[in-house]
Write a protein that binds this ligand. Structure first.
Ligand SMILES: Nc1ncnc2c1ncn2[C@@H]1O[C@H](COP(=O)(O)OP(=O)(O)OP(=O)(O)O)[C@@H](O)[C@H]1O
Ligand SMILES: [Mg+2]
Length: 507
């Protein structure tokens, strides 16, 4: 019972027994076995020692002068939760045995006992204690490691999903929720393919997943993710099989369905858009050289034709009215067509080598009405009704360029809309951006396929036999040069809405 430094590595044996001779005996037995032995004759002092220095094992007499050992037992366990307690009694009763077991005693020894018997009990109590500690330490390590992995998964800026063997989402990280718009609770338990992709991609995706799962062949591919609100994001996906083993027999229900695939996705929407813009710019630069050459070649004969037309008109003017009038009408048409050709030529050049723009206050209604007045008879002839909802707004811009924008957008709407359809043209303040006015062309036409949607602004992209595919490229270039933006929404077989927003003129 020497005072000991707190760093003493020996296991502590606490003896609470008023039987001094027995206590000393035990000390003689256990100290040589490497124990640090603390001895105290009553319950109060025993509890004090346990609280002060803890114990690995306590040997407690049931009949103590100041308490019952069975009553002391729970207090000792509370003072040193890791320690084991062995009760010793001279008179075994059923009651004390039951109390010992209830209180969590490791063993119950009846006097007189053999020394060997007690040594064995003490050793196995210590083994039990060591096991319990190890289990606690492992559990702690497991919790920490789990937390670390969870943190990695949750804080990463990539989409991370876990799928079970049926392709059902079982893990859905924070970034997946942010990108897709689905809360984890909405996504968990749903089929991955159906939740996040358009039907036309389902078959190909299922093949990918099967290949990754069955053949262990990691898959990397690009496929658009459809967000909760129906927007499309371009995502590069990586799918790998997990190393999960099937659950051991009898443990099938131990956990929720085990993961069979990990799916990691990186959003490349912006990157792809930039790449596309760069490719377009290159195509435009290329086109610039080509167009300049072409323009030169075409302009000369065009000017010559216009000059000859003027001379012809002057000659016709000298004829009498009855003879001259019909010819004059034809001359006017030819001239209009030649001017249109000239304008088309400038369009090419405009796109390839934009000229400086005028910046003046433009009354949108006037410009828009004149474009619509020009086209409406044509639309009506095709069985299309035209509705106008035009608020009085003024924007800053180049009226000729804007006329061309409205002209291109109306033609696209008209060309997409079958007989019986409608085109609605609106002019309104921008609801999302202060100081902007917008013009929308809404048609009930055939719409644009999802996969085509991102290509329609590319120069030369057309689905029409006689289209140049320049219409929307010019629209976007003009609007963006005005400091505005163009938005396109479309649903197949339902219709399309193209909206161009421009800075409003002040005052
Ligand atoms: N309102 C619309 N409805 C359906 N599809 C449209 C609509 N607007 C544009 N598109 C699609 O976008 C493509 C590109 O349009 P864009 O105006 O750039 O060229 P284009 O109309 O084909 O040719 P151009 O304008 O030179 O005559 C069209 O071919 C068409 O497939
Ligand atoms: Mg067009």
């Amino acid at each position: 019972m020497t005072p000991l430094a707190p760093t003493d590595p020996r296991p502590t044996l606490l003896i609470v027994d008023d039987h001094r001779a027995l206590a000393e005996n035990l000390q003689d037995i256990f100290e040589p076995q490497g124990f640090r032995v603390l001895f105290t004759p009553n319950a109060e002092a025993g509890l004090g020692l346990a609280r002060a220095s803890g114990f690995d094992l306590a040997l407690v007499d049931v009949n103590l002068p100041d308490a019952r050992g069975t009553d002391l037992l729970p207090k000792l366990r509370e003072a040193s939760p890791d320690g084991e307690v062995v009760l010793i009694t001279g008179h075994a009763t059923v009651d004390s045995a039951v109390a010992a077991v209830r209180g969590g005693a490791f063993h119950y020894v009846v006097k007189p006992f053999k020394v060997d018997e007690l040594v064995t009990i003490v050793q196995s109590a210590l083994r039990q204690r060591a096991l319990r500690r190890e289990r606690a330490a492992l559990r702690l390590r497991l919790t920490r490691s789990e937390r670390r992995y969870r943190e990695v998964v949750e804080s990463t800026q990539v989409v991370m999903l876990g799928l079970d063997a049926a392709g059902v989402v079982r893990l859905f990280n924070r970034h997946a929720a942010a990108l897709s718009g689905y809360a984890p609770a909405e996504a968990l338990g749903r089929a991955f393919v159906e939740l996040l992709f358009a039907p036309e991609h389902h078959a190909a995706l299922r093949t990918r997943l099967e290949r990754a799962a069955a053949e262990g062949e990691p898959q990397e591919f690009e496929a658009p993710l459809v967000t909760r609100d129906g927007k499309s994001r371009t995502v590069v996906w990586n799918v790998v099989a997990t190393s999960a083993q099937p659950p051991a027999p009898g443990f099938e229900d131990d956990e929720e369905a085990p993961l069979s695939l990990y799916v990691v996705g990186g959003d490349v929407t912006e990157r792809r858009a930039l790449e596309r813009r760069a490719a377009e710019a290159e195509a435009l630069a290329h086109m610039g050289t080509l167009a300049a050459g072409l323009a030169h070649e075409i302009r000369n004969p065009l000017n010559a034709a216009l000059l000859q037309l003027h001379l012809l008109a002057r000659g016709v003017g000298r004829l009498d009215a009855a003879e001259g009038a019909p010819l004059q009408g034809r001359i006017t048409i030819v001239e209009a067509e030649l001017r249109r050709l000239e304008r088309l030529l400038s369009d090419f050049l405009e796109l390839a080598r934009p000229r400086p723009m005028a910046r003046e206050a433009v009354v949108v209604a006037t410009l828009l009405e004149s474009v619509l007045d020009f086209h409406e008879p044509n639309a009506i002839a095709r069985g299309i009704t035209v509705a106008r909802r035009i608020a009085p707004l003024r924007v800053v811009g180049d009226p000729e360029r804007l006329r061309q924008v409205f002209h291109n957008l109306f033609l696209n709407a008209m060309e997409a809309t079958p007989s019986g359809g409608a085109i609605t043209v609106t002019c309104h303040r921008d609801a999302t951006r202060e100081g902007f006015g917008c013009v929308s062309f809404i048609d009930t036409g055939r719409g644009i396929a999802r996969g085509t949607l991102e290509k329609v602004f590319e120069p030369f992209f057309t689905t029409k036999e006689a289209g140049t595919g320049l219409g929307l490229s010019i629209v976007r270039q003009i609007i963006e040069r005005h400091g505005g933006r163009v938005e396109l929404e479309s649903a197949e077989q339902k219709g399309t809405r193209v909206t161009a927003c421009l800075p409003e003129a002040s005052g």
